[in-house]
Design a protein around this ligand. Structure first.
Ligand code: SF4
Length: 385
């Protein structure tokens, strides 16, 4: 199976964190088409690159500037950032290959022992002498993923362990490779566990899957709602969002009494409110595209940037028709630091560092466990503005 043709199980392991916590989400999401986002498509392209490299025993830079077609009309160019991120994954998997592990790539894993008809797809698996490793590549830069007790990874590793059941699995390790999302433990995180923990998880999976089959399965709102396909129509998320939005800001006198702890709590809640708003906008846009335009709204074109339809013809017209010279119509510009890095190569690029100005454009609020260093409170002190 290739990444672009991956099928998605109804009780998808990649959404297990959601339906474990909210059994009713499977019922409420039924029939809702979860449209792929540009971020998801880019992640698929990166996975396809990784698969191509591992299958052909190549490094990612061998595919630099190649075009990867995710599906009809959706293409990505392998740029330096994608190549470097995928290379981290390749290096991790190849380390185990160099130690004599058997490697399998993009494997469809049967999870029927967890729930009938279920399956998942492991990015890479390594096995040697009872030691099983599962590697999951994450291209996203938004939410940093932890391998510990991660139901998606445990599901896959459970399917992988089944494959090797006649060779006895004694040790189990899950790896997450996510080079673009900052995390205090770095771009590669691993978690070693035991077949006993895996067996307990398998039972937990079966019970959670069973709860989703209940026609009255409850809707339970929480952080897991962020990417739920039903977020736009979910009454539980609506109530939770209203509660967050209303509880503290109805009364200006009450707002003045809020402590930093209260505001911190509210900020965490806002993620949910924003997720709901985003889903409602996406839903309404899709409705309009499908011919059911919301009342009082219309579809408009996004602002289009003007550019020459044919640069050669435009240059000719400017020169011949307007008597303009080359120095007037052409601009020479120094390449960006990123482009210069790729021109001189990764090692030599260190010499360019003193020439690069990297002043932040301002500050942003981040949770206290965000790995970036804390900024000073007053931006004008920090940046001398
Ligand atoms: S939005 Fe949240 S509460 Fe509603 S179905 Fe999805 S996961 Fe459950």
């Amino acid at each position: 199976m290739t990444h672009s043709t991956r099928a998605h199980a109804k009780l998808s392991p990649s959404a297990a964190h959601r339906w474990f916590a909210c059994p009713g989400s499977i019922r409420l999401s039924a029939g809702i088409v979860d449209k792929s986002s540009v971020y998801a498509d880019e992640g698929t392209a990166a996975h396809m690159l990784a698969e191509r490299c591992l299958t052909n025993n190549a490094d990612a830079d061998q595919y630099a500037n190649d075009t990867i077609t995710v599906r009809d009309g959706v293409e990505f160019t392998v740029d330096q950032e994608m190549g470097e991120a995928v290379q981290v994954f390749l290096d991790r998997v190849r380390h185990y290959e160099s130690l004599g592990y058997e490697i399998q790539v993009e494997q469809r894993l049967d999870l029927g022992h967890l729930s009938p008809g279920q399956f998942g797809t492991g990015d890479a698996i390594a096995f040697k002498d009872g030691d099983l490793h599962l590697f999951e590549y994450k291209h996203g830069r938004g939410v940093a993923v932890d391998p510990k007790d991660n139901p998606q990874l445990l599901s896959y590793v459970s399917g992988a362990a089944k494959r090797y059941h006649n060779r006895r699995v004694e040790f189990v390790t899950c790896h997450v490779v996510q080079p673009r999302a900052p995390h205090k433990d770095g771009p590669v995180r691993m978690w070693a566990t035991t077949p006993k923990v895996l067996a307990a998880f398998e039972q937990e999976f079966r019970e959670a899957a069973g709860r989703t089959a209940d026609p009255n399965a409850p809707l339970v709102a929480g952080d897991h709602c962020r990417f739920c396909p039903a977020a736009a129509i979910c009454p539980a998320l609506r109530d939770k969002s209203m509660e967050i939005a209303r509880a503290e800001f109805d009364d200006p006198a009450e707002v003045a009494k809020l402590t930093p702890a209260d505001v911190g709590e509210i900020l965490h809640g806002l993620d949910l409110v924003e997720a709901r708003c985003r889903r409602i906008r996406e839903f309404a846009h899709q409705e309009a595209n499908d011919g059911r335009t919301p009342e009082g709204w219309k579809l408009v074109y996004k602002r289009a940037n003007r550019r020459w339809a044919d640069e050669g013809k435009a240059a000719q017209a400017l020169k011949l028709g307007f008597d303009l010279g080359d120095d007037e119509i052409f601009e020479r510009k120094l390449v960006s630091p990123a482009k210069a890095d790729s021109l001189v190569g990764k090692k030599a690029a260190a010499a360019l560092k003193p020439l690069i100005d990297k002043t932040p454009s301002g500050t942003a609020l981040a949770p206290v466990d965000d790995p970036r260093p804390a900024a000073k409170a007053d931006a004008s002190v920090e940046f001398g503005t």
